[in-house]
Write a protein that binds this ligand. Sequence first.
Ligand code: NAP
Ligand code: COA
Length: 266
Amino acid sequence: MFDFTNKVVFVAGGTSGINLAIAEAFAAAGASVAVLSRSQQKVEAAVKLLNQHSSNIAGFTADVRDFAGTQEALRQAHDKLGPFDVLISGAAGNFPAPALGMSANAFKSVVDIDLLGTFNVLRAGFEFLHKPGACIINISAPQAYCPMELQMHVCAAKAGVDMITRVAALEWAPFGIRVNSVVPGPIDDTEGMKRLAPTAEIRSTIASSVPLGRLGTKQDVANACLWLCTPAASYITGVVLAVDGGWSLGGAASSASALKNAFFKQ
Ligand code: NAP
Ligand code: COA
């Protein structure tokens, strides 16, 4: 469906779940792809998987909270694969906890990964982008605009991520760079869903609260990312694009209540 031959894609946090599926979709469409995350083991496994699609694959171990380490990984990826046509910031952390059950460090750890991490990836990555023409995607979450109990840290962090998207879209439009957020809804078979929907009962409550009647797939999110990076989307910048079957129109709030009830029943 998409052709990214001769394009270079960097995915921060691209070694598992949704972000790995995005990396794989770009590799399958012909792109050279680099991924980054903290775990050497996950980086090696991701590179092995991506190599099934392309020989131009690179993997880096770094923590997005560390600017220098992230910058060095971006530099090495650029030197190996060339300027990035696509830069994706998707590293994130999450756990369900009420604000009163969260230390300052717990709140900070999520804000640092999601929000500071996105700043670091974009700030350090700018130098290595293909200009004009590059496309940046920040992976956000419905928590950015749907207040959810047990999610104060993620709500705050992802709201900030979407504001980074909008401000970067304004500041970098003159360089010919587009910046958008993609917001996955409840996506089946992911770490995020394991943490926020730990039982079959909660998963089924969530699925039935999605207007389109099903959980999303990792491919649903990957397809939206690929499309946003094609010339067909060349006039789109600064948007927050929900890929959630309509969940954030209302179902997200009732799903969060189901999680809260299960959390406090434990
Ligand atoms: P996941 O598999 O846990 O993916 C998170 C990725 O980020 C992993 O590759 C992880 O690898 C990496 N990472 C975490 N902390 C990092 C750090 N400090 N530095 C560098 N890399 C780091 O989770 P997922 O559920 O697929 O979520 C992927 C994205 O989608 C996230 O941005 C999440 O907020 C968003 N999202 C997910 C859902 C859902 O239903 N799952 C819904 C809405 C939004 P390491 O552990 O090796 O670092
Ligand atoms: N409830 C309350 N606090 C929690 C918690 C929970 N379930 N899990 C962790 N914390 C707290 C820790 O106790 C610690 O606070 P403290 O120092 O005051 O004790 C703080 O959060 C940081 O924990 P730590 O394990 O040191 O952080 P880390 O940087 O190694 O890991 C996390 C970051 C906590 C977000 C971890 O879950 C992670 O690595 N997640 C990545 C994968 C993921 O979340 N995927 C889903 C994406 S949607």
